[in-house]
Ligand binder design. Sequence first.
Ligand SMILES: Cc1cc2nc3c(=O)[nH]c(=O)nc-3n(C[C@H](O)[C@H](O)[C@H](O)COP(=O)(O)OP(=O)(O)OC[C@H]3O[C@@H](n4cnc5c(N)ncnc54)[C@H](O)[C@@H]3O)c2cc1C
Length: 303
Amino acid sequence: MRINDSKLIAAIGALGVEYKPGVSLAEKTSLGIGGTSDMLVIQNHDSLPELVRLLRESKAPYRFLGGGSNVLLPDGELPWVILQLARRDPDITFEGNSVLVDCAADLGRTVTTCAKHDLGGMEGLIGVPGTVGGALRMNAGAYGTQIGTHVREVRVFRGSTGRIEILRGPEINFEYRHTSFASDDIMLSVRLELPSKPYSEILQGIRICNEKRRASQPLNQKSAGCIFKNPPGGSAGRMIDELGLKGHHVGDARVSDRHANFFVNAGHATAADMLALIADVRKRVRERYGVELEEEVIVWKDA
Ligand SMILES: Cc1cc2nc3c(=O)[nH]c(=O)nc-3n(C[C@H](O)[C@H](O)[C@H](O)COP(=O)(O)OP(=O)(O)OC[C@H]3O[C@@H](n4cnc5c(N)ncnc54)[C@H](O)[C@@H]3O)c2cc1C
């Protein structure tokens, strides 16, 4: 969406928010899919309540983007202004076993920086691309680890009240790739509580997880990780593989030859291609197994 109101652009600038017109969002996502939109980069978290108030007053719908590694954005001009947090320095601060992390921080770098402070528990998250905020929203997890386990409190802008609040860990429900944050909450920073562990031991865990990932995932291709959640007690990837669908494609949207639950953009795939592939695979799984697969990737649909 383009902001065509010069007064609004000036008011946004006065908040210290960076205005980037006509950004190509395909370049901001790991799938390499998405049209264009104006983007607003928030330098100071405290400006968010006023920024959202201005956007709402101007009837400008908005969406929040983290690292773009778990989203499928539409083609063409998007019907939303895109908000993103700017990277801050320092974005990680340590107080014993308690670690305060900015939600714009890179998740992988957070894991390795904590390791250097002899703080572990997040080894399984190495190799999960994206930001700490995106990981909180998704309750990102792998190899027996999930970020929610370590969350003590989150500083969050609440769309419902228009204010920044602190949520304590027990107030938040972390489930398999799902959390109780409201869809219009924007997570700003998180306090994690991590167990002490010798650096060498954490490093060993990180190496093992990296090797497992390299052995099973198409890491040199554009993807959003797993397209579907695993159904209770089952594996979406195994079912898709058993159906012989590796390499199956709609245009350049393709089921990975390496991991059947990774759908890759093998060239110039559009959102329409990827959505058609998702629908086709879901239908085939339903027909063969009677299982309705649920997307893990967040598909941004029209407002
Ligand atoms: C190669 C590859 C491997 C992957 N492996 C895994 C894996 O093992 N386990 C796993 O769980 N995931 C995996 N993923 C998926 C993805 O990396 C994670 O879901 C990641 O945590 C998403 O973070 P992000 O910052 O990129 O979020 P985005 O993709 O930018 O956003 C995802 C959703 O979260 C929302 N969001 C993002 N940041 C915030 C915030 N600060 N406040 C509020 N909402 C926010 C967005 O609005 C969007 O709805 C993988 C992806 C790839 C490409």
